[in-house]
Every structure is written in structure tokens, then in C-alpha cells.
Design a binder for this molecule. Structure first.
Ligand code: OGA
Ligand code: NI
Length: 334
């Protein structure tokens, strides 16, 4: 069963075949693109130094708007988070995943918290073809960073201080991005005010090497149900973003962070900004690690299209909903 053996252990035992229940259906198999294939068409890369430069401010804002409208994803450079801090957070996460399974299981996911906290698997529902994810292990940590604090026991297994510092830096960048998005959308009441007291969690995703990467996904295709996600992927690569009807690999760039629009910003923007499907593919030789920080609205926040963005020519595309209900439905579905 899911909790008794990790995929990392399976791969270390030298398995050459993935269990059949994880193999994708024929339609999905046809879409698999290797982790190290990058087409000319790339997720936009935006240098945030432009925001502080008189002549570059406007083009930089326009590039962010274009990315949110047409890709839902962009990579940022000069984001003010030190590379050394990013690398330390990455090493802390890697050290955790390298622990023996019994140790990691001391932090087994706490299912009584929202979002769930601890170590385990994401989207592992082998019976439901559309959510198959063979190779991943996750460690989900919540951070206080001026928002709801969900107490997490067992932090002694990883260097909490480094992870908190990293989450703090990420949170600053998220605040800045939410302000920029609000300006770009012409909102008089900024996005953050509508989200209420938010919840921030950083999930480290670990994808061990997989013997048959052309048959499975490391993380099934999904869009993020929260407001905004900030991702730091290592240099192995594996993240792919849907563009039209094909998948585009996000090339690892040293020192870059990846930002993506979540469902709640798509809803608030009345469909102007896109929350786009993405997934992770695996490879045979190298473990892949990513740190994803999620900015969630308060679970009680009731969200729908912003009134400023609804008129006769652009009727509301979505109903109002309590975020907690939406988030629960997302996880129930896998
Ligand atoms: C996620 C996610 C991508 C990655 O955790 O929601 O999309 O590269 N992760 O791990
Ligand atoms: Ni995601």
C-alpha cells in the first residue's frame, strides 16, 4: 500500500517495470515528451530588475500581463531571493528525502489539517486513470509568515530555520506579484484583500528516477486550486506546461523561480488570467526535486469574479464559492 513502501525504495531495489496500474492510457501516452526536450516555444522569462528601471518598467509589466493571459506561467530573474538560500532549502529537502523510509514516516501526512501536512504522496489514485502519478514523494510544511500558523510537529527532522527563511523570501515575492497582478487587472480592491488571512505552505516534491518514464507521470496533470504558486525546480527538469493542445517543458534556468497563476486568480480575473494545466515527467537517471510554495486564500473566503471585471459585454464566467469547499473538492477528486 501507499504508505508502506516509497517509490524511491522501489527504484533503489532495481525495479525495471512500473506496476501496470500506473501506466497511462493510450491518449495520455501519446502526449509524453521527454524531460530534457525543450521546444523553441518557451514559457516567458522575465527579468524583474526591469521594474526598477524607468525605461523598462512598462515593458516588464506588459510582459507579466502577456504571460498571465497567454501562458499562466512565467520564470523570473532578479527576484531578490538569494541563490544561496534557494540552494540551502533545496539541500534541506534533499537530505530529508534521503532519510530511511521509517524516519520519513515519522512525519506521515496529517490528514486532519487543511491543507494536509507532512510526508507522503500526492495524487496517488491508481484506479482513476486521470490522476495516475507513479513517482513522487512529498513533504508539506506550513509556515507562519504573517498568516495562519498550522502547528507542525516533527520539524526536528529537517532544518526548519532554513525552510522558514526561504518561505519568507518567497512570500515577499508573492506579495509583490499579487500587487502587480491587481494593478494589471485594474482592481480598486487588491487581490490580497479579497483572499482574507491566507495560508502559505511549501511542498517539496521529490521524483526519484523511474525505470519507464515514457509510460507514467511523476505528477499528474492539474491546475493549482490556490491563488498563486511559486516553484523552484532543480536543474534536472521535468515540469511541463500545457500550451494549446501540446506540452511545453520548462527549461531549468539557474537562479530563476517559476510563478504560476492559480484557479482563484483565474476566477477573480473573470478568466483574463489563466490557471494552466501542468504536470511533471520523470527520467531514468536523476532524481528531481522541486519546492512549490502555495498562496491559498483563507478557507472561509468566498470568491468569484471581481465586480470591476464583469459587465454586459463580459458576464461573470464563474459562480461565487467558498475556497475551502473548492479546495476540498479538488483533493477529493485527486
Ligand atoms: C505542484 C506542482 C510541479 C513540480 O506541486 O502543484 O505542480 O515541478 N509541482 O514539482
Ligand atoms: Ni501544480
Amino acid at each position: 500500500m501507499a504508505s508502506s513502501i516509497s517509490v524511491k525504495d522501489i527504484s533503489e531495489m532495481g525495479a525495471v517495470k512500473v506496476p501496470s496500474e500506473f501506466i497511462l492510457n493510450a491518449t495520455e501516452l501519446a502526449t509524453i515528451v521527454p524531460h530534457n526536450y525543450f521546444s523553441d516555444e518557451q514559457v516567458p522569462v522575465i527579468d524583474l530588475a526591469g521594474l526598477d528601471d524607468n525605461s523598462q518598467g512598462e515593458p516588464t509589466m506588459a510582459a507579466i500581463a502577456n504571460a498571465c493571459e497567454n501562458w499562466g506561467f512565467f520564470q523570473v530573474l532578479n527576484h531578490n531571493i538569494l541563490l544561496s538560500l534557494m540552494e540551502s532549502a533545496q539541500s534541506v529537502a534533499r537530505e530529508f528525502f534521503d532519510l530511511p523510509l521509517e524516519e520519513k514516516q515519522k512525519l506521515a501526512l496529517e490528514h486532519n489539517t487543511t491543507p494536509t501536512n507532512g510526508y507522503g504522496r500526492q495524487f496517488r489514485k491508481p484506479k482513476q486513470q486521470h490522476v495516475n502519478s507513479f513517482t513522487n514523494e512529498i513533504l508539506n510544511l506550513h509556515f507562519p509568515a504573517s498568516c495562519n500558523w498550522i502547528f507542525f510537529s516533527g520539524f526536528e527532522l529537517c532544518d526548519r530555520d532554513t525552510m522558514e527563511k526561504y518561505a519568507d523570501g518567497v512570500l515577499k515575492l508573492m506579495h509583490q506579484m499579487l500587487e502587480i497582478f491587481s494593478t494589471l487587472l485594474g482592481l480598486w480592491k487588491y487581490l490580497e484583500e479579497r483572499f482574507g488571512n491566507p495560508i502559505i505552505n511549501t511542498r517539496t516534491n521529490f521524483y526519484p528516477p523511474c525505470p519507464q518514464p515514457h509510460l507514467v507521470l511523476g505528477l499528474a496533470a492539474h491546475s493549482d486550486p490556490n491563488s498563486m504558486t511559486l516553484l523552484f525546480q532543480d536543474d534536472t527538469g521535468g515540469l511541463q506546461v500545457k500550451k494549446g493542445n501540446h506540452w511545453v517543458g520548462v527549461a531549468p534556468l539557474p537562479n530563476a523561480l517559476i510563478i504560476n497563476v492559480g484557479d482563484e486568480i483565474q476566477v477573480l480575473s473573470n478568466g483574463r488570467f489563466q490557471s494552466v494545466e501542468h504536470r511533471v515527467v520523470t527520467n531514468t537517471s536523476a532524481a528531481h526535486l522541486s519546492l512549490a510554495t502555495f498562496f491559498h486564500p483563507n478557507m472561509d473566503a468566498i470568491l468569484g469574479p471581481a465586480a470591476e471585471l464583469v459587465d454586459a459585454s463580459r458576464p461573470a464566467c464563474y459562480p461565487f464559492m467558498k475556497y475551502g469547499d473548492y479546495h476540498a473538492a479538488f483533493h477529493a477528486k485527486g
